[in-house]
Design a binder for this molecule. Structure first.
Ligand code: SF4
Length: 182
C-alpha cells in the first residue's frame, strides 16, 4: 500500500446480525489510532451512499442472500484490492444459511405475511423486501475472497491484528487469533 496517502478501508453489512460490526467497534481506543492511519471510506458507521472506487481493504459481514447483495458484492470485488470475509456468516453462510432447507416462498410467507404485525406486511412482502436469492451463500461462492476471518463474531483483537498486519504490508494468518464459532 502507498506511503504517500492513507489506505482506504471499507466495511460492509450484508445478511448478518451486525455482531461483526459490533466487534469491529469493540476495538475501542484502537479505533482512534486506526483512523489516523486509514481513511474509512464506506461503512454502516459512517453511512455513505455509494461504494467508492480504489478501496484498499474491505471487510464484509454477512452472507449473500438477496439480489441486491449479489450486485453489491460484485461491485465491491471490482473496487477492492484486499477483500476480507468478516465472520462465520460471510465465511460459511452460518446463521442466514439456516433458511436454505426451506423454499423462498415459505420463508417470505412465514416472516412477512403469517406473522406480520403491520398492515404493510399483511399485503405481502414483494413491495417491501428486496428479492431473495434461493439460498443464503458465503462470499467465496460469488467472488474471490483474499482472506477469511472466522468467528461469530471474530474477536476485536483478531480484527485489529488482521488490519494491522495488512497496514504493515504483511498478509496475516487469522488462524493464529480466531477460529469458527468463537
Ligand atoms: S458471524 Fe455471528 S456475529 Fe457475525 S453477523 Fe453472523 S451471526 Fe452475527
Amino acid at each position: 500500500m502507498s506511503n504517500l496517502k492513507k489506505p482506504k478501508v471499507a466495511t460492509v453489512w450484508l445478511d448478518g446480525c451486525s455482531g461483526c460490526h459490533m466487534s469491529f467497534l469493540d476495538m475501542d481506543e484502537r479505533l482512534i489510532d486506526l483512523v489516523d492511519k486509514v481513511d474509512i471510506v464506506y461503512s454502516p458507521v459512517i453511512d455513505p451512499k455509494q461504494f467508492p472506487p480504489d478501496v484498499d481493504v474491505t471487510l464484509v459481514e454477512g452472507a449473500v442472500s438477496s439480489d441486491e447483495d449479489v450486485e453489491k458484492i460484485k461491485l465491491i470485488r471490482r473496487r477492492t484490492k484486499v477483500l476480507i470475509a468478516l465472520g462465520d456468516c460471510a465465511v460459511t453462510g452460518n446463521v442466514p444459511a439456516m433458511r436454505n432447507p426451506f423454499k423462498r416462498e415459505q420463508l417470505m410467507d412465514r416472516a412477512y405475511v403469517e406473522n406480520a404485525t403491520s398492515p404493510h406486511g399483511r399485503k405481502g412482502p414483494d413491495k417491501y423486501v428486496p428479492p431473495l436469492q434461493p439460498h443464503a451463500r458465503p462470499l467465496h461462492e460469488w467472488v474471490d475472497v483474499d482472506l477469511h476471518l472466522p468467528g461469530c463474531p471474530p474477536p476485536a483483537d483478531a480484527i485489529h491484528f488482521v488490519i494491522s498486519e495488512l497496514l504493515a504490508g504483511r498478509m496475516p494468518e487469522p488462524s493464529q487469533v480466531t477460529r469458527f464459532g468463537l
